[in-house]
Design a protein around this ligand. Structure first.
Ligand SMILES: *Cc1c(COP(=O)(O)O)cnc(C)c1O
Length: 411
């Protein structure tokens, strides 16, 4: 019989746009005993988690709960539950995750209209608003923080315009939830998907979502399937062209499970819910404004350090996403070799990118529990050393010093 070694993941400093390091409090929470899914103690935790999530999304939406699965399960749940065959969906794209919205909307048989921006910039809201007036879509779907390019799309004006025209606005806020301001209600966002393994800093495996009554109305209109027939095993009533294709991701059924009626759907992910609750408790203890400030503080130190090293940042600086910093890989440097030396010799992980940016930029995430002074200083020091080994000889340790100046570290 083959003997497998004990599991012993190496200690890492994770400076990517997710998954990021997790507070030991969250890891401990995941090791607690299982409770039954209808045990009042567990349903109490579910209710509390909805409450906490409302605070973090800055919303009063009743339907604010996690979908079980990674962030894209939340995106897919929202789109598959909202989009009816033939609905026109407008998708402004400025990076990889915009294409994910497009792909999912097309699978939902939407009539998809896209707008595209060169990677590294975002849309002027007016451009999108003009397209909304021209196309008159049923739904607009857009990314808030595009991690592939490190850009942040302003949403407030788009929210206003969609509300005026009675269009539903769906937002992928996977990368931004609890890292930078995201005001679901005051920006008039109708359905928003967050992430766990990014700024919320819990393991991947859940997708917190929130949606308002406008979104709920569209979902409920489609719910023609009688639950009784479903239970009796007859599929004949399913599959009308209005009905929601997915069972697992059907928000009308998920919300019944999260409602006081507790209609059975899947089995809630017990240990992940413990993790989510503990992770959110940490966020709320820190306070959202302080948490946003912390993300900005470490971004500033990181950027000061990188620039002092003579590196240049990728993309339009006026729309930089504070939690992801994209660096142009210097000419003649093998980006993958640098990343690999950082990981092998220092235990530090930074990210590459996708599509047109593959091999051109590195991405450093400063998210959640990973977003700390220690991590920023260690990453800068290690990157400096590794770049020197790769032949960039004029680096003199200025990066770490500049970051220390930014932190106002004196002896
Ligand atoms: C990470 C990310 C996703 C996908 O998340 P998964 O958890 O990998 O499914 C979607 N959108 C954005 C903006 C992301 O940063």
């Amino acid at each position: 019989m083959k003997i497998y070694k004990d599991l012993s993941p190496s200690p890492r400093i994770i400076m990517t746009p997710g998954p990021v390091e997790v507070d030991p409090r969250v890891l401990r929470a995941m090791s607690y005993p299982i409770l039954g899914q209808f045990d009042p103690e567990f349903t109490g935790l579910m209710n509390e988690s909805m409450e906490m999530l409302r605070d973090i999304f800055e919303t009063n939406n009743q339907w604010t709960y996690p979908v079980d699965g990674t962030s894209r399960s939340g995106i897919e749940a929202v789109l598959t539950s909202l989009i009816e065959h033939g609905d026109k969906v407008l998708i402004p794209i400025f990076g990889r995750f915009g294409y994910l919205l497009q792909e999912i909307a097309e699978r939902c048989l939407a009539e998809v209209v896209t707008l595209e921006k060169e990677w590294g910039s975002v849309f002027d809201p007016e451009e999108i608003i003009r397209a909304i007036h021209r196309e008159k879509p049923a739904i607009v779907a857009i990314v808030h923080g595009e991690t592939s390019t490190g850009r942040l799309q302003p949403l407030r004006e788009i929210g206003n315009a969609c509300r005026e025209l009675d269009i539903l606005l769906v937002v992928d806020a996977v990368a931004t939830l609890s890292g930078i301001p995201l005001k679901v209600d005051s920006w008039m966002l109708d359905a928003v998907i967050g992430g766990t393994q990014k700024c919320l800093s819990i393991p991947p495996g859940m997708a917190p979502i929130t949606y308002n009554e406008r979104a709920e109305r569209k979902i409920q209109q489609r719910k023609k399937v009688e639950r009784g027939l479903l239970v009796s095993g007859s599929p004949v009533s399913i599959g009308g062209h209005k009905s929601i294709q997915s069972n697992y991701l059907d928000l009308s059924q998920l919300q019944d499970y999260w409602s006081p009626a507790r209609l059975n759907h899947h089995t809630e992910m017990t240990s992940m819910l413990y993790a989510l609750r503990e992770g959110m408790r940490i966020v709320l203890e820190e306070g959202l404004p302080a948490r946003f400030d912390r993300h900005l503080e470490h971004e500033r130190a990181l950027v000061a350090g990188l620039e002092a090293m003579g590196l240049t940042l990728f993309g339009d600086s006026s729309c930089k996403l504070p939690v992801v910093t994209c660096i142009n890989i210097p000419d003649g440097i093998d980006g993958e070799s640098v990343r690999s030396m950082l990981l092998q010799q220092f235990g530090i992980e930074i990210a590459s990118s996708f599509g047109p940016l593959k091999g051109k930029i590195w991405r450093i995430g400063t998210m959640g529990y990973s977003c700390s002074k220690r991590n920023v200083l260690l990453t800068l020091g290690a990157l400096e050393a590794v770049l020197k080994r790769h032949g960039l000889s004029d680096l003199g340790g200025d990066g770490v010093q500049a970051a220390m100046d930014q932190y106002a570290i004196v002896n």
